[in-house]
Ligand binder design. Structure first.
Ligand SMILES: Cc1ncc(COP(=O)(O)O)c(C=O)c1O
Length: 392
């Protein structure tokens, strides 16, 4: 028999990095398997299980035989329910036919970027920012251009910055609000100006609102409806607590509906049917009460952990107002946050995500703590860090 040779890997793979925190997570699991206790502050998903009314709706969907494909853009009732959500939460009219239901925000980001970025075209992204964005752009043969941002602009790209950095090759600017990893919000006026700035240059703005609902002391305004070049990503993963159900959506501006649907058909066929039926229950009073209770729990954790980290010597300059992350400047404690994260895990039994996962800009001086863990466990984590820092 003839021997087969391995096929060469596509060159785009050279531009895709793994999540560095995965190596830490694997090590954390190994330590736990060996009997060590680890306080997890690296995990980017709610620690709560999916709310009971949503689980019940999922089970009911299975029992009723809802196990075949839905239309590519999603169940009509769910698209209507999401449109209703924009009306009641933000007072914004978003017609259901502009809402494309996708496999998570991940599917919505891929779809949005595929709609807008040609091979060789640039996308402007904040650094630090959600790591997959630059990889989605690279996977589609676009060019991610990372713009260093800091606390002075709430870790967001400002309209002035957009104007200065936009080139003839630029097709898209991306915003995350609240941001992962910083938890900071983009100001409403800035988002409008970013949309206008991109629009004036013939480009688009894509706003990732996946952490909407998880806001503390403020209310984020949606960018949906802020312009005919504005695309909005959202998800059932975070506020609605459905990470494993893989369900999100993309809001497209008028005129893009059929192209978005055509691409969604080809990329995904449809999002998971059972998940879509389950998600209908997210918009009930019973589920909403649970989500709000959880939001308040996150807020209490934020309050505790932000103060405790500052007391330990971290700095958290851009006051986070959403999501469940504290992107902490650790430059007073270390110049190498990756090595620091490794030592925290090995010596203190605390897992956190080094800045390296979110870009290049001052990455070695930052570490992200997620408060996706109980207050009790966060307290334990803080005490472990206190002893570790005192003993160095
Ligand atoms: C900013 C941001 N966008 C998108 C995603 C993808 O979420 P999902 O595909 O679970 O909806 C995440 C996940 O952590 C995220 O942090």
């Amino acid at each position: 028999m003839q021997q087969t040779q391995s096929a060469p890997l596509a060159t785009r793979l050279a531009h895709i990095e793994p999540f560095h925190v995965m190596a830490l997570l694997t090590r954390a699991r190994a330590l736990e398997a060996a009997g060590r206790s680890v306080v997890h502050m690296e995990i980017g998903e709610p620690d709560f299980p999916t709310a009971e009314p949503v689980v019940a709706a999922g089970i009911e969907a299975l029992r009723s035989g809802h196990t075949q494909y839905t239309p590519a853009a999603g169940l009509p009732e769910l698209r209507e329910a999401i449109a209703g959500h924009y009306r009641t939460r933000y007072g914004v009219a978003v017609p259901a036919d502009r809402i494309i239901v996708t496999p998570g925000a991940s599917g919505a980001l891929l779809l949005g970027i595929a709609l807008l970025v040609d091979p060789g075209a640039e996308a402007l992204l904040p650094d630090p920012g959600y790591p997959c964005n630059r990889h989605f752009v690279a996977a589609l043969n676009g060019v991610p251009r990372l713009l260093p941002v800091g606390p002075d602009s709430g870790y967001q790209i400002t309209p002035q910055r957009l104007a200065a950095e936009w080139t003839p090759e630029t097709a898209l600017a991306m915003v995350g609000s609240p941001s992962n990893p910083t938890g900071t919000l983009a100001r409403e006026g800035d988002v409008r100006a970013l949309a206008a700035g991109a629009g004036a240059r013939g480009g688009a703005l894509l706003v990732d609102e996946i952490y909407h609902g998880l806001e503390y002391g403020t209310r984020a305004m949606t960018a949906a409806g802020m312009g005919d070049n504005v695309f909005v990503v959202n998800s059932f993963s975070k506020y609605f607590g459905m990470t494993g159900w893989r369900l999100g959506w993309l809001v497209v501006p008028p005129g893009y509906e059929s192209d978005a649907e055509k691409l969604a058909q080809n990329l995904f066929i449809a999002a998971a049917t059972i998940s879509q039926h389950a998600a209908l229950a997210c918009f009930t009073d019973a589920a909403e009460a649970i989500f709000e209770e959880r939001r308040r729990a996150f807020e209490a954790r934020l309050e505790f952990l932000a103060n405790a980290l500052v007391e330990l010597g971290f700095e958290i300059p851009g006051r986070p107002q959403g999501a469940f992350y504290l992107y902490s400047d650790c430059s007073r404690l270390t110049g190498d946050s990756f090595a620091f994260a490794e030592r925290l895990l090995e010596e203190a039994g605390v897992a956190a995500t080094p800045g390296l996962d979110f870009g290049d800009h001052r990455a070695a001086e930052h570490i992200r703590f997620a408060y996706t863990n109980s207050l009790e466990n966060l307290r334990e984590g803080v005490e472990r860090m206190r002893s570790f820092l005192a003993s160095r």
